[in-house]
Design a protein around this ligand. Structure first.
Ligand SMILES: Nc1ncnc2c1ncn2[C@@H]1O[C@H](COP(=O)(O)OP(=O)(O)OP(=O)(O)O)[C@@H](O)[C@H]1O
Length: 222
């Protein structure tokens, strides 16, 4: 469970967000410049709110009153960027394992996650030698293998072609069901929001402008 209550001044307006997220996919929609990326960066520790609190499963990640501001590496928050930000000089396997502890048990988990994301056969290739969809899955593997308690995804599918996007979004959804942690996903795509979101929040000028439960077109099994 994630609870967020923060204020952060931006040049044109201030971001003021109060939300709670359970083990679900929360989709964040909103026009360009509404503060979506800034929100994710505050949650991951890359930006610092001016005031407020961020609490993840009872752990205080940020609190202005208690003067807590955990650095990103201690937050257990995975972040998949729009451009995936893989290390070009590392193989798929090395990229995925970045942030793991490196014991034997972890090695087995690495194999399991690479197989689950269908990139095990690419383990020794470099990011420049695989497709956009495969890079996206490598970035996801890296985020998941760091054992996050919260996963942030900033337009993770936007660089993919139509077919791959459809395939990977289904995988994302089953991944969340399997991992049972909150996912917060930013997108501009309404269809993607409806498919992936358990709830959808719309931001405008740094504030919550509306909530919705998307209408599902697909009937999910179970
Ligand atoms: N480094 C920065 N310096 C100054 N202002 C910034 C910076 N980054 C973002 N902003 C401003 O903060 C506001 C929120 O930006 P943010 O990137 O969070 O929006 P967004 O909703 O993610 O937009 P998009 O959908 O275009 O990615 C915008 O008004 C933007 O101009």
């Amino acid at each position: 469970m994630l609870t967020v209550n923060i204020i952060k001044e931006l040049p044109a307006f201030s971001l003021q967000i109060e939300i709670s997220v359970k083990n679900e996919v929360l989709v964040v929609l909103g026009p360009s410049g509404a503060g979506k990326t800034t929100l994710l960066q505050c949650l991951s520790g890359l930006q610092k709110p001016r005031r407020g609190e961020i609490v993840l499963n009872g752990r205080v990640l940020f609190s202005s009153t208690a003067r807590v501001n955990l650095p990103p590496r201690y937050r257990r928050v995975g972040y998949v960027f729009q451009d995936y930000a893989l290390f070009p000089h590392m193989t798929v396997e090395q990229n995925a394992a970045y942030g793991m502890k490196g014991n034997r048990q972890e090695g087995l988990k690495l194999q399991e996650v690479l197989e689950m994301l269908q990139i095990a056969h690419l383990a020794r290739r470099y990011p420049g030698q695989i497709s956009g969809g495969e890079r996206q899955r490598t970035a996801l593997a890296r985020a998941l293998l760091a054992d996050p308690e919260l996963l942030l995804l900033d337009e993770p599918l936007s660089a993919l072609d139509y077919e791959t996007r459809h395939k990977v979004r289904g995988e994302l959804k089953s991944l969340q069901r399997h991992w049972r942690i909150p996912f917060i996903l930013v997108t501009h795509d309404l269809e993607e929001a409806a498919f992936l979101g358990d709830r959808v929040v719309r931001l405008e000028k740094g504030r919550v402008a509306g909530w919705g439960v998307p209408e599902k077109r697909e009937v999910s099994a179970g």
